[in-house]
Write a protein that binds this ligand. Structure first.
Ligand code: SF4
Length: 457
């Protein structure tokens, strides 16, 4: 039974139920954690910071550090200058980071705090120790999403820190966009295998996927070093992996330092990984080694071995736009039939890019930006799918409609593995393929009558 008709869903424009996104500062906090020696700072009330830290901690299964301006009623009325200045004094005295990356919240944005002026005043008053860096990004959560916040912090990293010294470097810049640490590690592995030296920015590997040593380190060895970020303006080329979380920073670097860039999708699946490696190969003038060709061949073999399980399977994909677009392309490569392609992020660019990918495979789907999971659920009730791919928030749909769910994207709160095993590159695609095929086969095992099951063995 449908609770809402498709027409009612189309007409609904003033209410969002279970948005397929979360708030801006979470993205800014995550991006800041990818700078070595960085303390993310939330300029707002404690509740916002606690929520953002807890979401990231639950997804990454690592303690996420961040400080807050701890707004109370006074700051809400008189502005947050005094709170931020006191916070900066405390942060450098107690936690001693190399850099503080400030992001705003709804409250400080509504007040209208002028963060660059507060940073300047604090430096003039000697509240920021010599040699320490403070940057900021505006991340009002009443517009955009976690994806916008991530992107805004990456732009801030470029605008504050990247320089063009006139001494060229051969390092290729790679903006990975919002991926898990395991994905960032895989991108670095592929570059090393190719023999290309890259500056990956931000880089949360060895920050949020740490080995257990028994010793807590507030600033682990990972994260892009400040010195490397500064040299990004001298690089011959940038490769940006994701329209929403990587391209804007690459554009900012082009404008500031004139570094040209390749605007690619996240390297999820076969074709997207091919394009990434080809761009990297051309940028550095190297050949693809046989080891990577073999990885690609094994992925192709797995796709053809298991093609019968994927062909024509209707699937719904939802979550953050860059990840959804990558998974969409991979499901098309597998011969699946994407039926619903939803993101909570804003912007027609998502719909345009998804439509291009679908057209390349001569198919169509219901593609929606600024969508919510309520609508996805209602649509599925009317016209079901056999598989869901997305974050943990879709599990209620999976449970109610008895559909298997492959968890991918952010946040994944109720499963493990995403932090350790990549989704990008050929190896990542193999893992995704394994997850999809096992989910479909497990479901078949549980639901298929015995005699029918015999036939598909
Ligand atoms: S939506 Fe705004 S008020 Fe709510 S947690 Fe996010 S930043 Fe804070």
């Amino acid at each position: 039974m449908l609770d809402a008709t498709p027409t009612q869903l189309e007409l609904r424009n003033a209410l969002v139920i279970n948005p397929a996104k979360t708030c801006q500062p979470i993205g800014a906090m995550y991006a800041a954690l990818g700078i070595h020696g960085c303390m993310p700072h939330s300029h707002g009330s404690q509740g916002c910071c606690a929520y953002h830290r807890s979401q990231l901690t639950r997804h990454f299964k690592e303690p996420v550090v961040a400080t807050t301006s701890s707004f109370t009623e006074g700051a809400s009325v008189f502005g947050g200058l005094a709170n931020l200045q006191q916070a900066l004094v405390n942060i450098f005295a107690i936690y001693n980071p190399d850099i503080v990356a400030i992001h705003t919240t709804c409250l400080s944005e509504v007040i209208g705090d002028d963060i660059p002026t507060i940073i300047k005043k604090s430096r003039e008053e000697g509240l920021i120790p010599e040699g320490k860096v403070v940057i900021h990004a505006n991340t009002p959560s009443f517009v955009g999403s976690n994806v916008t916040g991530f992107s805004n912090m990456c732009i801030a990293i470029v605008n504050y820190l990247a320089e063009q010294t006139g001494e060229p470097t051969e390092k290729i810049n790679v903006f990975p966009g919002w991926l898990d640490p395991s994905d960032m590690r895989e991108i670095k592995r592929l570059a090393t295998e190719l023999g290309v030296v890259i500056t990956l920015c931000p880089d949360t590997s060895d920050v949020l996927d740490l080995p257990q040593t028994g010793i807590y380190e507030m600033y682990p060895r990972g994260g892009t070093p400040l010195a490397d970020i500064r040299r990004m303006g001298d690089a011959p080329r940038t490769i940006a992996l994701g329209k929403f979380t990587a391209h804007p920073a690459a554009e900012a670097l082009l404008e500031k330092c004139g570094v040209p860039y390749n605007a690619l999708d996240a390297p999820i699946g076969l074709a997207n990984t091919d394009l990434f490696l080809d761009a990297l190969r051309k940028a550095a003038g190297v050949e693809v080694p046989s080891s990577i060709e073999a990885e690609r061949g094994r992925l192709l073999d797995a796709i053809s071995d298991m093609g019968q399980y994927f062909y024509g399977v209707p699937v719904a994909i939802y979550g953050d736009p860059d990840v959804v677009l990558g998974i969409l392309r991979f499901t098309l490569e597998l011969g699946m039939e994407p039926k619903y392609v939803f993101t909570g992020a804003t912007g027609k660019a998502f719909e345009t890019r998804a439509a291009q990918l679908l057209e390349e495979h001569s198919t169509s789907a219901l593609v929606k930006s600024q969508a919510d999971l309520f609508e996805l659920h209602q649509r599925i009730k009317g016209d079901p799918v056999q598989l869901l791919i997305g974050n943990s928030h879709g599990k209620h749909i999976a449970r109610a409609e008895n559909i298997p769910l492959v968890r991918a994207g952010f946040p994944i709160l109720d499963r493990v593995g995403h932090r350790l095993f990549p989704m990008v590159g050929y190896r990542g695609a193999m893992r995704l393929l394994e997850q999809i095929s096992n989910a479909l086969l497990d479901f078949q095992d549980r639901t298929c009558p015995e005699e029918k099951f015999e036939l598909v063995q």
